[in-house]
Design a protein around this ligand. Sequence first.
Ligand code: CA
Length: 271
Amino acid sequence: MEEFLANLPRCFHNRIVTNKDFRIFAKTFLTMFKLSIQNFLTKNNFQQLNLKAVLFDMDGVLFDSMPAHAKAWLRVMNDYNLPFTETEAYLNEGQPGADTINEVFKRKHGRDSTEEERAEIYSVKVKYFDECGDPKPMPFALELLELLKEQELTLGVVTGSAQPLLLKNIEAYFPGIFKKEHIVSAFDVERGKPFPEPYLKSLEKVNLKPWEAVVIENAPFGVQASSAAQIYTIGVNTGPIDKSYLLDNGADIVFDSVKDLFENWGKFEFT
Ligand code: CA
């Protein structure tokens, strides 16, 4: 949003001078949302976005769990003497943990890891993550979900996670919001994000076409997966990486937080 505001005409830089200025400001602001949808439709050769469902990524969108994931990754990689940085934890977010382990393993040892090695390292990572305590819901995630529910939209979850407590946590923090059959986890797909399969599977579960849904994602691999599935992709930049990573990997629009998205949802004029 800051870049957009910086590019506004001079009269908007310090203050909004008159009612007329305000009307121009509001119109320009609304246009940005419509323009992003129009670009998406043109890119995919679709006629219109007829919204019926909103598909949510989980870690870093519904739950403020990424700092704990990053911490667990750094700790386990350090245990196994595999070089890894916090930034990498965020850049690799969303893809299956086994793929992240294999990439780092190849870099260090010049060979693929075995399935046993991946499973062992991943199980330690899960243990370290669990030691970080219960996940915290993302601020304004529940408010956004309740707003969308009021608008009678179908709500789905699409996560690469294989956490055993996943369903329990979703129901505990967002009671009555998601139907179990509308949740796609690592167990439902063969090729996780950045491949489009998780989002294609989700469309199948809610029985809709790509132009009838939008995705809310926070990670570069996640927006890659969603845009490859030809779904309008809303990025929420809830972590420390630059938002250009989300735009460059396929997000159609990016907000600074879930709160920012919640406060601006009406401007999309989906309904
Ligand atoms: Ca995520």
